[in-house]
Ligand binder design. Structure first.
Ligand SMILES: C[S@@+](CC[C@H](N)C(=O)[O-])C[C@H]1O[C@@H](n2cnc3c(N)ncnc32)[C@H](O)[C@@H]1O
Length: 316
């Protein structure tokens, strides 16, 4: 049973300005909520190409969209979305891509299935791989990285202020026996940061986020996706990204601002007069000046949507 509530489903798709008969790409098909709406908007003459690197998601999508797959309205790609450009290039026909979307979170089945090892609230193996074919797991990182490497991951991907103490505790504990479960890691982190009073966020939240990002190379994937998506889009096409934490949103915001030539810290006084006129024109137009956030009702229906930010840019 695959259960995932799609975040900002209509809001995102409405901002894409889709025309029937076009081609769109869903980079993170998951439960197929956005994919479904893309298919409806593009109609029977349209084509949706949908990526996911998770076998469980692919199995579900094959069941859910049997008809559309048979009609070649939907093409499923079981690969990381950093393969987008090479996949498009490998197609026989030249494709005019009207829209590309990515909903860069973890799916509910990934978090809710203890065996996947994403959650500190459920005991399971320390896995955290979105792509089950991949060899690196959270367990292999936690038990092999040295102190500095662990600290860097916790700081850069979790923004964890107590990275030093947590890394120290991990090294000490794994000398007793390898750390192989989510609950043992959560307990180690809790003890390392002297977590006592029940607070809104669990002491291990940042550590688990950091390890998940490291295992799945999530920021590299996102950076690759942005560059590949923008070069793959047709002129006038739109790229929409849903991100779930500030590290990702910052990457998206900065890159969108660069394309739109906005908020660039250029010191115009230092540019020679002849060069001022040759500043390159913007390559993109940001569709809404501020990121779209979920309404209060949406957050009540789906608490996991709380932190989402949606940004859309049009290629000029
Ligand atoms: C939040 S879910 C998407 C939910 C989907 N929009 C829906 O409406 O059901 C994110 C999905 O993206 C997939 N994913 C994350 N990073 C990926 C990557 N780099 N390449 C391909 N799929 C990825 C995950 O496996 C997961 O299934």
């Amino acid at each position: 049973m695959y259960k995932h509530i799609t975040v900002l489903k209509h809001e995102l798709i409405e901002m894409l300005n889709l025309k029937p008969g076009g081609v769109a790409i869903d980079c993170t098909a998951g439960g197929g909520g956005h994919t479904q709406l893309l298919l409806e908007k593009l109609g029977s003459e349209g084509v949706v190409i949908a990526f996911d690197r998770d076998q469980q998601a692919i199995d579900h999508l094959e069941q859910k969209f049997q008809k559309q797959l048979a009609a070649r309205q939907l093409i499923l790609v079981h690969k990381p979305f950093s393969n987008l450009e090479s996949f498009i290039r490998s197609q026989k026909n030249e494709l005019v891509i009207q829209a590309i979307i990515a909903d860069i979170g973890v799916s509910s089945p990934q978090i809710d299935t203890p065996e996947r090892g994403f959650s500190f609230t459920k005991d399971g193996p320390l896995d955290m791989r979105m792509d089950q074919k991949q060899t690196t797991t959270a367990e292999s990182l936690v038990n092999t990285l040295n102190m500095e490497e662990l600290k860097t991951i916790l700081k850069s991907f979790g923004e964890e202020p107590k990275a030093h103490y947590i890394a120290q505790a991990i090294i000490r504990e794994r000398e007793q026996s390898p750390i192989t479960t989510t609950s043992r890691l959560a307990d180690i982190v809790k003890a390392a940061v002297h977590y006592k009073s029940p607070s809104k966020t669990h002491a291990a939240t940042k550590t688990f986020q950091a390890l998940r990002i490291a295992v799945n190379k999530e920021l590299d994937e996102l950076n690759n996706l942005l560059m590949q998506a923008f070069s793959t889009l047709a002129t006038g096409g739109r790229l929409g990204i849903l991100s779930f934490h500030s590290l990702e949103d910052r990457i998206v915001k900065r890159q969108f601002n660069k394309w739109a030539a906005r908020n660039q810290k250029i010191d115009f006084h230092s540019i020679p007069a002849h060069a001022k006129h040759s500043t390159p024109p913007p390559e993109g137009k940001i569709i809404k000046p501020f990121p779209l956030k979920p309404s209060d009702d949406h957050q009540i229906d789906n608490p996991r949507s709380r932190s989402v930010r949606c940004r859309v840019i049009e290629k000029l």
